[in-house]
Design a protein around this ligand. Structure first.
Ligand SMILES: *Cc1c(COP(=O)(O)O)cnc(C)c1O
Length: 364
Protein backbone atom coordinates (compact mmCIF):
# COMPACT_ATOMS: atom_id res chain seq x y z
CA UNK A 1 0.00 0.00 0.00
CA UNK A 2 0.99 3.66 -0.26
CA UNK A 3 0.90 6.64 2.05
CA UNK A 4 -1.57 9.36 1.19
CA UNK A 5 -0.27 11.89 -1.35
CA UNK A 6 2.54 13.60 0.56
CA UNK A 7 4.05 15.43 -2.40
CA UNK A 8 3.09 18.86 -1.00
CA UNK A 9 4.72 18.00 2.36
CA UNK A 10 8.29 19.24 1.93
CA UNK A 11 10.61 17.72 4.53
CA UNK A 12 12.09 20.06 7.16
CA UNK A 13 15.73 20.94 6.39
CA UNK A 14 17.60 21.45 9.67
CA UNK A 15 20.97 23.14 10.06
CA UNK A 16 23.74 20.52 9.88
CA UNK A 17 24.75 18.88 13.15
CA UNK A 18 28.24 19.15 14.62
CA UNK A 19 28.86 15.39 14.68
CA UNK A 20 27.91 15.08 11.05
CA UNK A 21 30.18 17.91 9.91
CA UNK A 22 33.06 16.83 12.16
CA UNK A 23 32.95 13.34 10.68
CA UNK A 24 33.04 14.76 7.13
CA UNK A 25 35.99 16.99 7.92
CA UNK A 26 37.83 14.46 10.08
CA UNK A 27 37.74 16.92 13.00
CA UNK A 28 36.81 16.70 16.66
CA UNK A 29 33.28 18.13 17.17
CA UNK A 30 34.73 20.37 19.90
CA UNK A 31 36.92 22.11 17.33
CA UNK A 32 33.88 23.30 15.40
CA UNK A 33 31.99 26.53 15.91
CA UNK A 34 28.34 25.73 15.28
CA UNK A 35 26.27 28.83 14.68
CA UNK A 36 23.64 27.40 12.37
CA UNK A 37 20.60 26.58 14.49
CA UNK A 38 20.14 29.53 16.87
CA UNK A 39 20.95 27.33 19.85
CA UNK A 40 22.08 28.68 23.20
CA UNK A 41 25.92 28.66 23.17
CA UNK A 42 25.98 28.30 26.96
CA UNK A 43 23.86 25.17 26.92
CA UNK A 44 21.04 24.65 29.41
CA UNK A 45 21.00 26.10 32.91
CA UNK A 46 22.93 23.82 35.30
CA UNK A 47 19.75 23.76 37.39
CA UNK A 48 17.81 22.40 34.42
CA UNK A 49 20.47 19.73 33.86
CA UNK A 50 20.25 18.64 37.49
CA UNK A 51 16.45 18.49 37.30
CA UNK A 52 16.61 16.48 34.07
CA UNK A 53 19.00 13.96 35.63
CA UNK A 54 16.77 13.56 38.66
CA UNK A 55 13.68 13.16 36.47
CA UNK A 56 15.41 10.43 34.47
CA UNK A 57 15.37 8.23 37.60
CA UNK A 58 11.57 8.20 37.45
CA UNK A 59 11.27 7.84 33.71
CA UNK A 60 9.07 4.75 34.07
CA UNK A 61 6.14 6.87 35.29
CA UNK A 62 3.81 8.80 32.95
CA UNK A 63 4.28 12.54 33.48
CA UNK A 64 1.22 14.04 35.10
CA UNK A 65 2.17 16.17 38.09
CA UNK A 66 5.09 17.80 36.29
CA UNK A 67 2.82 18.74 33.40
CA UNK A 68 0.40 20.44 35.80
CA UNK A 69 3.29 22.13 37.63
CA UNK A 70 4.83 23.62 34.50
CA UNK A 71 1.42 24.71 33.23
CA UNK A 72 0.67 26.50 36.49
CA UNK A 73 4.08 28.10 36.66
CA UNK A 74 3.70 29.45 33.13
CA UNK A 75 0.15 30.61 33.79
CA UNK A 76 1.33 32.56 36.83
CA UNK A 77 4.23 34.04 34.88
CA UNK A 78 1.93 35.29 32.11
CA UNK A 79 -1.04 36.19 34.30
CA UNK A 80 -3.33 33.75 32.51
CA UNK A 81 -5.58 30.86 33.52
CA UNK A 82 -3.82 27.46 33.50
CA UNK A 83 -6.10 26.19 30.74
CA UNK A 84 -4.77 28.95 28.49
CA UNK A 85 -1.33 27.33 28.59
CA UNK A 86 -0.82 24.45 26.15
CA UNK A 87 2.44 22.69 26.95
CA UNK A 88 3.84 20.88 23.94
CA UNK A 89 6.85 19.03 22.49
CA UNK A 90 8.71 22.14 21.31
CA UNK A 91 6.87 25.17 20.01
CA UNK A 92 6.53 23.08 16.85
CA UNK A 93 4.25 20.78 18.82
CA UNK A 94 2.20 23.79 19.88
CA UNK A 95 1.85 24.82 16.22
CA UNK A 96 0.42 21.35 15.57
CA UNK A 97 -2.04 21.64 18.45
CA UNK A 98 -3.20 25.03 17.16
CA UNK A 99 -3.65 23.61 13.65
CA UNK A 100 -5.63 20.67 15.04
CA UNK A 101 -7.80 23.04 17.05
CA UNK A 102 -8.61 25.32 14.12
CA UNK A 103 -8.33 23.68 10.70
CA UNK A 104 -11.05 21.82 8.90
CA UNK A 105 -9.85 19.95 5.80
CA UNK A 106 -9.23 22.45 3.00
CA UNK A 107 -9.00 25.50 5.27
CA UNK A 108 -6.21 27.86 4.28
CA UNK A 109 -3.48 29.41 6.40
CA UNK A 110 -1.37 32.48 5.61
CA UNK A 111 2.37 32.23 6.24
CA UNK A 112 5.31 34.61 5.82
CA UNK A 113 7.68 34.09 2.90
CA UNK A 114 10.52 33.77 3.61
CA UNK A 115 9.62 32.28 6.93
CA UNK A 116 9.74 29.42 9.35
CA UNK A 117 9.25 26.18 7.43
CA UNK A 118 7.14 24.44 10.01
CA UNK A 119 4.05 26.70 9.61
CA UNK A 120 3.12 25.35 6.17
CA UNK A 121 4.25 21.85 7.10
CA UNK A 122 2.04 21.73 10.16
CA UNK A 123 -0.92 23.12 8.22
CA UNK A 124 -0.51 20.48 5.51
CA UNK A 125 -0.20 17.69 8.07
CA UNK A 126 -3.61 18.83 9.24
CA UNK A 127 -5.11 18.84 5.75
CA UNK A 128 -4.84 22.60 5.36
CA UNK A 129 -3.88 24.67 2.32
CA UNK A 130 -1.19 27.32 2.35
CA UNK A 131 -1.07 30.91 1.07
CA UNK A 132 1.82 33.31 1.63
CA UNK A 133 2.47 36.98 2.35
CA UNK A 134 5.83 38.52 1.45
CA UNK A 135 8.42 39.75 3.91
CA UNK A 136 10.62 41.59 1.45
CA UNK A 137 14.37 41.76 1.52
CA UNK A 138 14.17 44.92 -0.62
CA UNK A 139 12.36 46.59 2.30
CA UNK A 140 14.76 45.31 4.91
CA UNK A 141 12.23 42.58 5.80
CA UNK A 142 10.07 45.21 7.48
CA UNK A 143 6.93 43.75 9.01
CA UNK A 144 3.66 45.70 9.06
CA UNK A 145 -0.03 44.87 9.37
CA UNK A 146 -0.69 46.20 5.87
CA UNK A 147 1.78 43.85 4.25
CA UNK A 148 -0.04 40.92 5.80
CA UNK A 149 -3.52 42.32 5.19
CA UNK A 150 -2.73 43.04 1.51
CA UNK A 151 -2.34 39.29 1.03
CA UNK A 152 -5.04 38.29 3.52
CA UNK A 153 -8.14 36.69 2.08
CA UNK A 154 -10.07 35.38 5.06
CA UNK A 155 -7.60 32.59 5.91
CA UNK A 156 -8.36 30.58 9.03
CA UNK A 157 -4.91 31.10 10.57
CA UNK A 158 -2.32 33.84 10.01
CA UNK A 159 1.22 33.30 11.32
CA UNK A 160 3.50 36.14 12.29
CA UNK A 161 7.01 35.70 13.64
CA UNK A 162 8.47 38.36 15.88
CA UNK A 163 11.43 38.43 15.95
CA UNK A 164 11.31 36.94 12.48
CA UNK A 165 13.38 33.91 11.52
CA UNK A 166 15.59 34.23 9.49
CA UNK A 167 15.46 38.05 9.09
CA UNK A 168 15.41 39.12 12.74
CA UNK A 169 12.86 41.92 12.22
CA UNK A 170 9.93 42.53 14.53
CA UNK A 171 6.24 43.16 14.02
CA UNK A 172 5.75 46.19 16.29
CA UNK A 173 3.01 45.99 18.91
CA UNK A 174 0.80 48.60 17.18
CA UNK A 175 1.11 46.66 13.92
CA UNK A 176 0.05 43.43 15.63
CA UNK A 177 -2.96 45.26 17.05
CA UNK A 178 -3.80 46.60 13.58
CA UNK A 179 -3.54 43.07 12.22
CA UNK A 180 -5.81 41.67 14.95
CA UNK A 181 -8.30 44.44 14.16
CA UNK A 182 -7.97 43.89 10.42
CA UNK A 183 -8.69 40.16 10.18
CA UNK A 184 -12.04 38.43 10.58
CA UNK A 185 -13.10 37.40 14.09
CA UNK A 186 -12.69 33.72 13.22
CA UNK A 187 -9.17 34.10 11.87
CA UNK A 188 -6.61 33.04 14.45
CA UNK A 189 -3.45 35.16 14.51
CA UNK A 190 -0.54 33.08 15.78
CA UNK A 191 2.25 35.28 17.14
CA UNK A 192 5.34 33.08 17.19
CA UNK A 193 7.73 34.39 19.83
CA UNK A 194 10.40 31.71 19.69
CA UNK A 195 12.96 34.53 20.09
CA UNK A 196 10.84 36.66 22.41
CA UNK A 197 13.41 36.68 25.22
CA UNK A 198 15.95 38.48 23.05
CA UNK A 199 13.87 41.61 22.47
CA UNK A 200 12.56 44.40 24.69
CA UNK A 201 9.27 44.49 22.82
CA UNK A 202 6.56 43.24 25.19
CA UNK A 203 5.06 39.84 24.45
CA UNK A 204 1.82 39.62 22.50
CA UNK A 205 0.59 37.61 25.50
CA UNK A 206 -0.49 40.94 27.00
CA UNK A 207 -3.14 41.20 24.27
CA UNK A 208 -4.80 37.86 25.03
CA UNK A 209 -7.29 39.51 27.39
CA UNK A 210 -8.46 41.86 24.67
CA UNK A 211 -8.40 39.65 21.58
CA UNK A 212 -10.14 36.30 21.38
CA UNK A 213 -8.44 35.41 18.09
CA UNK A 214 -4.81 35.49 19.21
CA UNK A 215 -2.46 32.70 20.21
CA UNK A 216 1.19 33.09 21.20
CA UNK A 217 3.84 30.40 20.87
CA UNK A 218 7.02 30.30 22.97
CA UNK A 219 9.79 27.77 23.40
CA UNK A 220 12.48 26.55 25.77
CA UNK A 221 14.69 25.72 22.77
CA UNK A 222 16.42 29.05 22.33
CA UNK A 223 17.11 31.36 25.30
CA UNK A 224 16.58 28.50 27.78
CA UNK A 225 18.95 26.19 25.92
CA UNK A 226 16.72 23.10 25.96
CA UNK A 227 16.31 22.46 22.23
CA UNK A 228 17.25 18.79 22.62
CA UNK A 229 14.45 18.14 25.09
CA UNK A 230 11.67 19.42 22.82
CA UNK A 231 9.58 21.58 25.09
CA UNK A 232 7.49 24.68 24.34
CA UNK A 233 3.95 25.97 24.69
CA UNK A 234 1.14 28.06 23.27
CA UNK A 235 -0.86 30.70 25.11
CA UNK A 236 -4.43 30.57 23.82
CA UNK A 237 -7.73 32.46 24.04
CA UNK A 238 -9.70 32.18 27.26
CA UNK A 239 -12.70 30.77 25.38
CA UNK A 240 -10.74 27.67 24.37
CA UNK A 241 -10.86 26.20 27.85
CA UNK A 242 -11.53 22.57 26.98
CA UNK A 243 -9.92 22.36 23.53
CA UNK A 244 -6.42 21.29 24.67
CA UNK A 245 -7.70 18.01 26.09
CA UNK A 246 -9.34 17.32 22.74
CA UNK A 247 -6.31 17.93 20.53
CA UNK A 248 -3.12 17.14 22.43
CA UNK A 249 -1.26 13.89 22.07
CA UNK A 250 -1.64 12.24 25.52
CA UNK A 251 1.15 13.27 27.92
CA UNK A 252 2.05 16.14 25.63
CA UNK A 253 5.62 16.57 26.85
CA UNK A 254 8.08 14.17 28.42
CA UNK A 255 8.90 14.04 32.13
CA UNK A 256 12.57 14.99 31.75
CA UNK A 257 11.72 18.02 29.63
CA UNK A 258 8.95 19.15 31.97
CA UNK A 259 11.17 19.10 35.06
CA UNK A 260 14.06 20.72 33.20
CA UNK A 261 11.75 23.51 31.99
CA UNK A 262 10.41 24.11 35.51
CA UNK A 263 13.97 24.44 36.82
CA UNK A 264 15.02 26.60 33.85
CA UNK A 265 12.25 29.10 34.63
CA UNK A 266 13.83 29.64 38.05
CA UNK A 267 17.27 30.45 36.67
CA UNK A 268 16.87 34.04 35.57
CA UNK A 269 20.64 34.60 35.65
CA UNK A 270 21.22 31.99 32.98
CA UNK A 271 18.63 33.51 30.65
CA UNK A 272 19.97 36.98 31.31
CA UNK A 273 23.53 35.95 30.51
CA UNK A 274 22.32 34.22 27.34
CA UNK A 275 20.32 37.23 26.21
CA UNK A 276 23.04 39.77 27.01
CA UNK A 277 25.66 37.79 25.15
CA UNK A 278 23.36 37.44 22.14
CA UNK A 279 22.80 41.19 22.13
CA UNK A 280 26.54 41.80 22.23
CA UNK A 281 27.12 39.21 19.49
CA UNK A 282 24.52 40.56 17.09
CA UNK A 283 26.04 44.03 17.35
CA UNK A 284 29.52 42.59 16.91
CA UNK A 285 28.47 40.70 13.78
CA UNK A 286 26.75 43.77 12.34
CA UNK A 287 29.79 45.95 12.94
CA UNK A 288 32.56 43.60 11.93
CA UNK A 289 31.23 41.31 9.23
CA UNK A 290 32.30 42.48 5.76
CA UNK A 291 28.81 42.08 4.30
CA UNK A 292 25.51 43.95 4.61
CA UNK A 293 23.41 42.68 7.51
CA UNK A 294 19.84 43.19 8.68
CA UNK A 295 18.90 44.63 12.06
CA UNK A 296 18.05 41.68 14.28
CA UNK A 297 16.07 41.40 17.50
CA UNK A 298 16.86 37.69 17.82
CA UNK A 299 19.96 35.61 18.64
CA UNK A 300 21.13 35.55 15.02
CA UNK A 301 21.95 37.90 12.16
CA UNK A 302 21.07 37.52 8.51
CA UNK A 303 23.86 38.65 6.19
CA UNK A 304 23.79 39.26 2.46
CA UNK A 305 26.94 37.54 1.25
CA UNK A 306 26.37 36.93 -2.47
CA UNK A 307 26.52 33.18 -2.85
CA UNK A 308 25.18 31.89 0.47
CA UNK A 309 25.84 28.24 -0.12
CA UNK A 310 29.45 28.87 -1.27
CA UNK A 311 30.11 31.00 1.80
CA UNK A 312 28.53 28.44 4.15
CA UNK A 313 30.46 25.62 2.52
CA UNK A 314 33.84 27.32 2.66
CA UNK A 315 33.29 28.49 6.23
CA UNK A 316 32.39 24.94 7.16
CA UNK A 317 35.63 23.63 5.66
CA UNK A 318 37.33 25.97 8.14
CA UNK A 319 35.29 24.68 11.05
CA UNK A 320 32.59 27.37 11.24
CA UNK A 321 29.04 26.21 10.57
CA UNK A 322 26.49 28.87 9.62
CA UNK A 323 23.06 28.49 8.07
CA UNK A 324 22.82 28.63 4.32
CA UNK A 325 19.39 30.23 3.87
CA UNK A 326 18.70 28.74 0.44
CA UNK A 327 15.95 26.60 1.98
CA UNK A 328 14.27 29.86 3.12
CA UNK A 329 14.35 31.15 -0.45
CA UNK A 330 17.30 33.45 0.30
CA UNK A 331 20.20 31.90 -1.64
CA UNK A 332 22.27 35.10 -1.41
CA UNK A 333 22.30 35.13 2.39
CA UNK A 334 23.58 33.21 5.38
CA UNK A 335 22.21 33.33 8.90
CA UNK A 336 24.78 33.48 11.68
CA UNK A 337 23.66 32.54 15.17
CA UNK A 338 25.03 34.47 18.13
CA UNK A 339 27.72 32.44 19.89
CA UNK A 340 29.87 33.04 22.93
CA UNK A 341 32.17 36.03 22.53
CA UNK A 342 35.07 33.84 21.43
CA UNK A 343 33.00 31.80 18.98
CA UNK A 344 31.37 34.90 17.52
CA UNK A 345 34.74 36.59 16.93
CA UNK A 346 36.11 33.42 15.35
CA UNK A 347 33.06 33.03 13.11
CA UNK A 348 33.25 36.63 11.90
CA UNK A 349 36.99 36.38 11.20
CA UNK A 350 36.47 33.13 9.27
CA UNK A 351 33.55 34.51 7.29
CA UNK A 352 35.55 37.62 6.41
CA UNK A 353 38.40 35.42 5.15
CA UNK A 354 35.96 33.42 3.07
CA UNK A 355 34.31 36.57 1.68
CA UNK A 356 37.71 38.01 0.73
CA UNK A 357 38.73 34.74 -0.91
CA UNK A 358 35.50 34.53 -2.92
CA UNK A 359 35.95 38.18 -3.90
CA UNK A 360 39.45 37.51 -5.22
CA UNK A 361 38.13 34.46 -7.06
CA UNK A 362 35.46 36.59 -8.69
CA UNK A 363 38.02 39.18 -9.80
CA UNK A 364 40.52 36.67 -11.14
C1 LIG B 1 13.14 27.54 16.71
C2 LIG B 1 11.82 28.07 16.28
C3 LIG B 1 10.61 27.55 16.76
C4 LIG B 1 10.41 26.44 17.71
O1 LIG B 1 11.26 25.50 17.89
P1 LIG B 1 10.99 24.30 18.89
O2 LIG B 1 12.35 23.76 19.07
O3 LIG B 1 10.03 23.39 18.24
O4 LIG B 1 10.43 24.88 20.15
C5 LIG B 1 9.43 28.13 16.35
N1 LIG B 1 9.42 29.16 15.51
C6 LIG B 1 10.55 29.67 15.03
C7 LIG B 1 10.46 30.83 14.12
C8 LIG B 1 11.78 29.14 15.39
O5 LIG B 1 12.88 29.65 14.86
Amino acid sequence: MNTRDLSANAPYVPGRGVEEVARDLGLDPDELVKLSSNENPFGPSPKAVAAAKAAAEDAHVYPKAAHADLTEKLAARWGLAPDQVWVSPGADGALDYLARATLDPGDTVLVPEPGFAYYPMSARYHHGEVATYPVEKADGFEQTADRVLDAYDGERVVYVTSPHNPAGTELPREELVALLEGVDRDTLVVADEAYGEYTDTPSAAGLLGEYGNLAVTRTFSKAYGLAGLRIGYALVPEQWADAYARVNTPFAANAVALDAAIAALDDDDHVEKSVETARWAREYIREHLDAPTFDSAGNFVLAEVGDGSAVAERAQERGVIVRDTGSFGLPDCVRVSCGTEAATREAVATLNDVLAELDRGAEA
